[in-house]
Design a binder for this molecule. Structure first.
Ligand code: G3H
Ligand code: 13P
Ligand code: ZN
Length: 316
């Protein structure tokens, strides 16, 4: 049975200094691109679904796609995570739908309230064998259904190392997303990438052995940014987290790295290229197919950045 929660994955990732990729899925092509890379590279996998993804595709469709992935890949440990659950009810619904992991994101609430909401979810989830991720500090970037702070303000909202021990002890949470200056989306920095690794280091010191999570970790790869801009797109100022920084985090207790924007950009770049080079094309398979291939190549590369290629067996 390859459907698992993230406990063993995080234990091995922490011990061996790598991170598991948590990839957002919204449709079949994105999922297939990711899974082809994972299966070839024999890496553990976290597939995640946001509320926005569920609204777009319906949970029943996404769940059916993920069920096929799980049954076709018995030798790959696969966890399915609710990304940015906004309240107890959402988390409860996803747990009832068979998710093995949920994130409760009450990071915009005052500290005590974040603790209260997170603990309520943890108590419900743990009784059902489901693990819980919570968040301290706030990320930048506003996604469709995920509330963040203005990307210019992220440095004011990094996680406070003084709060982490109390938060973990009071909630019983299984992993913690800590904001260190990343944002969701393609515009993470204005001038140059700046992340608070000193904060990450201090948090790891205060929580030895405890799995940390990094959101907003896409790198905005030059290849796709250039293709998008070349073929009629307009993202000249897009900037992501350098891959060296992602690899560095993976060695500092970060066991889960969230990636969505790089998937979106790979798909968009290839679709734009097909439309520009073959303006008569109208068969979706002829533009979604190259998009899916680009996702496969990108994820294959990413697994090396994260260091989790070849680690599937030890995470079962
Ligand atoms: O956390 C942000 C993810 O990229 C999900 O974004 O709510 O637009 O699906 P979304
Ligand atoms: P990116 O926008 O950097 O891909 O981050 C995704 C994320 O954190 C999903 O929770
Ligand atoms: Zn996120």
């Amino acid at each position: 049975m390859a459907l698992v929660n993230t406990k063993k994955m995080f234990e091995m990732a922490y011990k061996n200094g790598y991170a598991v990729g948590a990839f957002n899925v919204n449709n079949m092509e994105i999922t297939q691109g990711i899974v082809r890379a994972i299966a070839e590279e024999k890496a553990p996998l976290i597939l995640q679904v946001s509320r926005g993804a569920r609204k777009y595709a319906k949970n029943s469709y996404l769940k059916a796609i993920i069920d096929v992935v799980v049954s076709e890949n018995p030798d790959i440990p696969i966890a399915i995570n609710l990304d940015h659950g906004d309240n107890f009810q959402t988390c409860k619904e996803f747990i009832e739908d068979g998710f093995t992991s949920v994130m409760i994101d009450a990071s915009s609430q005052p500290f005590e309230e974040n603790i209260r909401i997170t603990k309520e979810v943890v108590d419900y989830a743990h009784e059902r064998g489901v693990v819980v991720e919570a968040e301290l500090g706030q990320l930048g970037g506003i996604e469709e259904d995920v509330v963040g702070v203005d990307a210019d303000d992220v440095s004011k909202h990094v996680a406070d190392p003084n709060q982490v021990q109390e938060f973990v002890d009071s909630t019983g949470v299984d992993s913690l997303a800590v904001a260190i200056g990343t944002s969701h989306g393609a515009y993470k920095f204005k001038k140059e990438p700046k992340l608070a690794f000193d904060v990450m280091e201090e948090i790891q010191r205060r929580l030895p052995g405890f799995p940390l999570v990094m959101h907003g970790s896409s790198s905005v790869l030059k290849e796709f940014k250039d293709l998008i801009n070349k073929y009629g797109g307009n993202m000249p100022d897009a900037m992501g987290v350098p891959e060296e920084a992602v690899s560095r985090a993976a060695k500092m207790g970060v066991c889960k790295v969230n990636i969505d924007t790089d998937l979106r950009m790979a798909l968009t770049a290839k679709i734009r290229q097909v439309f520009a080079e073959q303006p008569g094309e109208f068969d979706p398979r002829k533009y979604l197919g190259p998009g899916r291939d680009a996702i496969y190549e990108m994820v294959k590369h990413k697994l090396r950045v994260l260091g989790c290629a070849g680690r599937a067996a030890e995470c079962m």
